[in-house]
Design a protein around this ligand. Structure first.
Ligand code: ITT
Length: 199
């Protein structure tokens, strides 16, 4: 039987990206739901790394598998790095991303491109059955676009413009986004560590 990796996330969009990046790895990749684990974790850390570790540790208490957790968000330089670790809760937890994205575009109305710099940040925490832990942070640099564009991805993707590609991350294919994204980079690092340990 293959070993399991459980992802401590309730975000189905993250799971889709994670599954693609770990597709050919010799582990069964399970969401919390698939593993039958339902735990509400209070994300009260002050960094992405702390919050990722809080989530991973809480779920690791419920199982004997490798547990990974993702804490991520968008930092907009013009807004003093908001929404940052509060990205999911920004402008209300239950507001739609169309609303959040429109409000951000309003806040940045008239701001020139060189002041619209932003980045997606992702911290992936890993907790192993023997208790040892690891955390990796990665980013993708870009800027806030001038309009909502693209149907792929999730969250803030439709307003996150990547100059090298001339489009938003919501206009990239899933493979293109994973190849350059914060989550793709952090997960590939963790993946390499898992492969080293399996040897
Ligand atoms: P879990 O805690 O259950 O994993 P969550 O959606 O609450 O799910 P976070 O607390 O890490 O996750 O919040 C991250 C938010 O940052 C997420 O909901 C998006 O709004 C945004 N975000 C993170 N990565 C993103 C990406 O690749 N594209 C667009 N938005 C992203």
């Amino acid at each position: 039987m293959k070993k399991r990796i459980i992802f401590a996330t309730g975000n189905e969009n993250k799971m889709i990206e994670i599954r693609e990046i770990f597709a050919d790895l010799d582990y069964d990749i399970c969401s919390m739901k698939e593993a039958g684990i339902a735990v509400e974790v209070e994300e009260n850390g002050s960094t992405f790394e702390e919050n990722a570790m809080l989530k991973a540790k809480a779920i690791a208490e419920q199982c004997q598998d490798i547990v990974l957790a993702d804490d991520s968000g968008l930092e907009i330089d013009y807004l003093n790095k908001e929404p940052g670790i509060y990205s999911a809760r920004y402008l209300g937890h239950d507001t739609s991303y169309t609303y959040k994205n429109e409000k951000i575009l309003e806040k940045l109305a008239g701001v020139p491109d060189d002041k619209r710099t932003a980045r997606f940040v992702c911290a992936i925490a890993a907790v192993f059955p023997d208790g040892h832990t690891m955390v990796k942070r990665a980013t993708i640099e870009g800027r806030i676009g001038h309009e909502i564009a693209g149907e792929n991805g999730f969250g803030y993707d439709p307003i996150f413009y990547v100059p090298e590609y001339g489009c938003t991350t919501a206009q990239l294919t899933p493979e293109q986004k994973n190849a350059i994204s914060h989550r793709g980079k952090a997960l590939r690092f963790i993946r390499e560590e898992l492969e080293k340990q399996a040897k």
